[in-house]
Design a binder for this molecule. Sequence first.
Ligand code: FAD
Length: 310
Amino acid sequence: PFDVLVVGAGPAGVSSAVYAARKGIATGLVAERIGGQVLDTMAIENLISVPYTEGPKLASALEQHAQAYDVDIMELQRAARLVPAAEPGDLHRVELESGAVLSGRTVILATGARWRHMGVPGEQEYRNKGVTYCPHCDGPLFKGKRVAVIGGGNSGVEAAIDLAGIVEHVTLLEFDGTLRADEVLQRKLHSLSNVDVLVNARTTEVTGDGAKVTGLVYEDRTSGEHHTLALEGVFVQIGLLPNTEWLEGTIELTNRGEIVIDERGATSVPGVFAAGDCTTSPYKQIVTAMGSGSTAALSAFDHLIRTTAP
Ligand code: FAD
């Protein structure tokens, strides 16, 4: 068995594996793809001390860093079920879709998350060519330009407020008749002169010139009419879905599926820790994922020295 078995190899999982391996304990890293969401992007400009890198380059740097230690890396494997230890001191088991079973004295869950997509024509085609899901990452690319934010929940309204300070103009589109964001955010939003809010607006298409976004089409759900907005960027903010479906019923999740952790990365199951975008951590970024990965690994180590016989 592993002392620390890490599930997921994005920034959080790799950080956990490196921290665990540096303690000289048996460390396993099992994941579908090494690098995680980082593989889905190009320019990364907010990984502190690295002014510019690109997703695939960072993903391969993550892999190399894990390989520099005695980490047992198992790629192209999906975890299907977690079976927590029945008694304190017993092993936790992770069953893979392939049928194999791994076990660990401690487990770190770092399976990340994925952005909910609109599922309209043009969205995939213009992804990273104007369509984006991360205002903290890509906001500065749209300085002085016109953008839309899709979604009137807290994340959409926060994004619109954030972007209004950078871009020339923001149009926020909400499918429902009212915004769902907190009152205080809505008040702030409505106080901004370069933001328009459209409710009952169903985005039906992202348009482009083949190379980049040029606008979007929405249906006014009250009149049924279609309208076009000319703009350069579309920020989709309709939800971040944690990759935790496989954990339902075994550890405590929020109603949004996030793994509930404390400030040490501990979950509701003793000896099982979690880190990164799959957890209740409030911000979902590469640096925060790396930080929480190291926290979870150090907590796992602390758990081991307290619970394993000398
Ligand atoms: P992830 O990166 O999601 O990694 C999850 C890991 O778990 C992967 O290895 C995956 O294969 C694996 N996994 C999932 N389910 C299973 C399973 N059942 N079994 C086994 N393995 C599984 N952040 C920034 O700080 N700066 C940026 O510029 C930036 N740009 C971004 C651009 C895009 C397009 C996207 C999508 C995100 C961007 N982010 C950016 C956010 C950043 O990528 C994430 O916050 C970060 O990758 C989260 O790390 P993580 O390790 O928690 O999860």
